[in-house]
Design a protein around this ligand. Sequence first.
Ligand SMILES: *Cc1c(COP(=O)(O)O)cnc(C)c1O
Length: 384
Amino acid sequence: MSTQFKGFSTRAIHVGQEPDPETGAVGVPIHPTSTYAQEEIGKHKGYEYARVSNPTRTRLEQNLASLEGGTSAHVFASGMAAVTALCNFMKSGDHLICGSNVYGGVPRLFNQVMAHYGLEFSYVDTSDVKNVEKAMRKNTKYVWIETPTNPLMVLTDIAAVAKVTHAGGAELVVDNTFMSPYFQQPISLGADIVMHSTTKFLNGHSDGLGGVMVCTKPEQAEKFAFIQKAAGAIMSPFECWLVLRGVKTLAVRMETHDKSGRIVADFLKNSKKVKKVLYPGLPEHPQYELAKRQMTGFGAMITFDLGSQDNANKMLRKVRVCTLGESLGGVETLISHPATMTHAALGEEGRKEIGLTDGMVRISVGVEDVEDIIADLEQALAAV
Ligand SMILES: *Cc1c(COP(=O)(O)O)cnc(C)c1O
């Protein structure tokens, strides 16, 4: 079994990606089927119905479990479908502590859907572990963190939060979408479950939607498999194949994202048009030491402040290499305006509370030639 491979890239390329036993095909076959022929009653090859399992999906789940250092992985139709699956584990009266500055869709799901079923949510600034400790209750089942956060790039100490979460009898779930398993391994720091929107760096080509939950315990695996079967928001075989193909280059993509990310952050820091740059790879980032301790790279995500929405728009209208749009983690540089896009649902008050200003622009640095990205930003910033 190739699960014995130590190197990250070797696992990305070979775990679950073994040549097809029947034909030797190096690419994992896509199995577009709803059902599987059975030989006699109760006698089949382990696959009965495609909502329950699919061979392409099995391969991807083996691959992602290996990359995150988990015991199993379960893929869903989107990142939000994966979060929903976790909520499906909870019963009325259960409590979840969530970071106050996480992906906007997560609190929207918690507050506007899951709260109707009697689930309880508290939001705290998890960058200070004491806030998590204080928020713990007898009925706290999960602590949900994202690090770095979107778009303010605030870090949470995963190991410290894991400790207080476990002391309180709860489990820690880490949304690792921004760093990918290449730069951050939450399970090795004590996390119980790792979540990704595979839509972003794991797939990496802005051409598919998906989510994954990586587990560390057999009980979790059993529950997620049951939710896949019972609720049905599974990832399609084609989308599974896209991610299998995408992860083969995850390491080389992340290396370039990171290298160019640092160059772009430095460029922005030195631009007279930019008021502030939020990037954990800058020594002036208040959590630079933590970033160096718990991440092996700083990644591609940078937020910078142009002082006003008018300035932001002047710049965003002019970009040519960068694509103005939501999302992140693709090979192409994506640039967005959080206040009116990803974080519009927070409202003006909500954004003010977390320090998200109207002048903030978020960039997901792609893998184009960095000179072209810089030249594009330079000419666009000239309009400010
Ligand atoms: C995009 C994103 C999600 C949601 O994932 P979808 O695939 O869009 O449903 C969750 N968390 C983070 C950090 C994200 O960037």
